[in-house]
Design a protein around this ligand. Sequence first.
Ligand SMILES: [Cu+2]
Length: 252
Amino acid sequence: MKLTSIIATAAMAFVAGHALAAGNHAGGHGESDAIGKPGKAANVKRTVTVDMLDTMRFTPDNIIVKQGETIKFIVKNSGKIKHEMVLGTEKELKEHYEAMKKNPEMEHADDNQVTVLPSKSGEIIWQFTKAGKVNFACLQPGHYDAGMKGAVVVGGMSKTADFFSLSANAQSINPIAMTTGEVKKIDKDAGKITLKHEDIKNLDMPGMTMVFQVTDKSMLDKVQVGDKVKFIADKQQGKFLVTDIQPANGAK
Ligand SMILES: [Cu+2]
């Protein structure tokens, strides 16, 4: 059995919601173990918003997570046609995509995927238990072929060269490590934080004070101006992002 739990098309309006129906995978049947397992809402440490566009792209399309981390993906459809985000191995995704081409009307409701109608959003809560790479794709007919895919790199070590090619000075693949810094300014509305930071090794960036976009505004509730923090910085599409932040002393 591959990506199962195919449901009938009846509840079209319902697909924008998350995959409520698929409680059957909790604990896994084996097939999903390679990519992790459905996450529990109580264990969510971080929310990542993924935008789906009619240009057949995910933004971001390269996401870095820690091994064991439970991520809540807010999956937005900014396009005018239906899209979906499905997590899987490349093999699973390809097989599923072929099945979708033969049965374009089918809807699925596994925990590892969400189908989203135009202008709507849905969510996936997923725990990444194995180091390595988990692929994701839109399996709507034609979309995968058009390049609508991405990857989650699990384990703090990027295995995808294209991620590091974004960093002009990247000469080697550096492990993603927490960087120490101090909060200088928080702009909650804009989702921005200004950090005076030490060397950011994974971006090959010397210490300085910089403005970062946070991947989730709620991260800004955890810290205040003047706090010493540890954070993970990333660079995607030329923008500097903070994907995780926490008080440096743990206490708070
Ligand atoms: Cu799509």
